[in-house]
Design a protein around this ligand. Structure first.
Ligand code: G3H
Ligand code: 13P
Ligand code: ZN
Length: 310
């Protein structure tokens, strides 16, 4: 099947009490690792591309690799999504360039500007058959080289007005998740504001909610990276049971990038340390790709619950 939007995926996920994985893609091995797992598990999937990914791999290469995955994985719906589009222009460029979904991220703007640009993106996107995610509130963590120290939790009182005035198709909210591999301090009890999520979903019935910054930072990867010469002290993610709880609620899209980075880095570091004579990139990228596939398989089955839903 051709690339799809997220409309149908989200409707089924909402009704079925599971979430779709939105995985960031930056190169061929990542695209293959994710989509091979999804094809095997019969899981719908969102492949998402950031501004940094476009700068690294080039828009055309990314689109063509995703198109290749669509061809290789005939049994599953795949959406191609722009992650954190910071202005109208980048959203337009991705809409014109074959994406089926874009995020306009105006979370750094004041409320009225966020409404204004989100509405402009929606008008253009919908006229081209593309869906739009926007964000209210702000996540802590690293995002496109910008570090935000504190969360600005989403104000549930704003969500109806925002969705009505902009016409967005899904909404990312800030409930305590954050970007990157350092989401909580050592000794700090991981907590998410499920009360905000509940309030938002009460105000927006049947409306898909998105969680960014939802990597769980598996400790086996952190341990392996550190064991083989890396330095990731106190990397901590969102506990998987919290993500499972979120996936059962109005949360229909869960964003995962850092866990892919960790899986790849752990595999490559282990390879270099244990096979110092290898110098063919295929030798160490193969286990790295397999590590992505294994990690994604685990998420689909044990965290998101979207296996078998294609
Ligand atoms: O939320 C940000 C994603 O992890 C993408 O990161 O901008 O470094 O590609 P990036
Ligand atoms: P993580 O850093 O938790 O993987 O979040 C990724 C994300 O939100 C991409 O938009
Ligand atoms: Zn994000």
């Amino acid at each position: 099947m051709p690339l799809v939007t997220t409309t149908e995926m989200f409707k089924k996920a909402y009704e079925g009490g599971y979430a779709i994985g939105a995985f960031n893609v930056n190169n061929m091995e990542i695209v293959q690792g994710i989509t091979e797992a999804c094809q095997e598990q019969k899981a719908p999937v969102i492949l998402q591309v950031s501004k940094g990914a476009r700068a690294y791999a080039n828009h055309t290469y990314l689109v063509k690799m995703v198109e290749a995955a669509v061809q290789e994985c005939p049994d599953i719906p795949i959406a191609l999504h722009l992650d954190h589009g910071g202005d109208f222009e980048i959203c337009k460029s991705c809409i014109d360039g074959g994406f089926t979904s874009v995020m306009f991220d105006g979370s750094h703007m004041d409320y009225e500007d966020n409404v204004k640009v989100a509405k402009q993106v929606v008008e253009y996107a919908h006229a081209h058959g593309v869906v739009v995610e926007a964000e209210l509130g702000q996540l802590a963590g690293v995002e496109d080289d910008v570090v935000a120290a504190d969360h600005q939790y989403t104000d549930p009182a704003q969500v109806e007005d925002f969705v009505t005035r902009t016409g967005v198709d899904s909404l990312a909210i800030a409930i305590g998740t954050s970007h990157g591999a350092y989401k909580f301090k050592p000794g700090q009890k991981p907590q998410l504001r499920f009360d905000i999520l509940e309030d938002v979903s009460r105000r927006l019935p049947n409306f898909p909610i998105v969680l960014h910054g939802a990597s769980s930072v598996p400790q086996e990867f952190v341990k392996k990276v550190n064991e083989f010469g890396g330095n990731l002290p106190d990397a901590i993610g969102i506990p998987e049971d919290m993500l499972r709880e979120a996936a059962k609620s109005a949360v229909c899209k869960i964003n995962i990038d850092s866990d892919i980075r960790l899986a790849i880095t752990a595999a490559i570091r282990e390879h270099f340390a244990t096979k110092p004579g290898d110098f063919d990139p295929r030798q160490y990228l193969k286990p790295a790709r397999q590590a992505v596939k294994d990690m994604v398989t685990h998420k689909l089955v044990n965290v998101l619950g979207c296996n078998g839903k294609a």
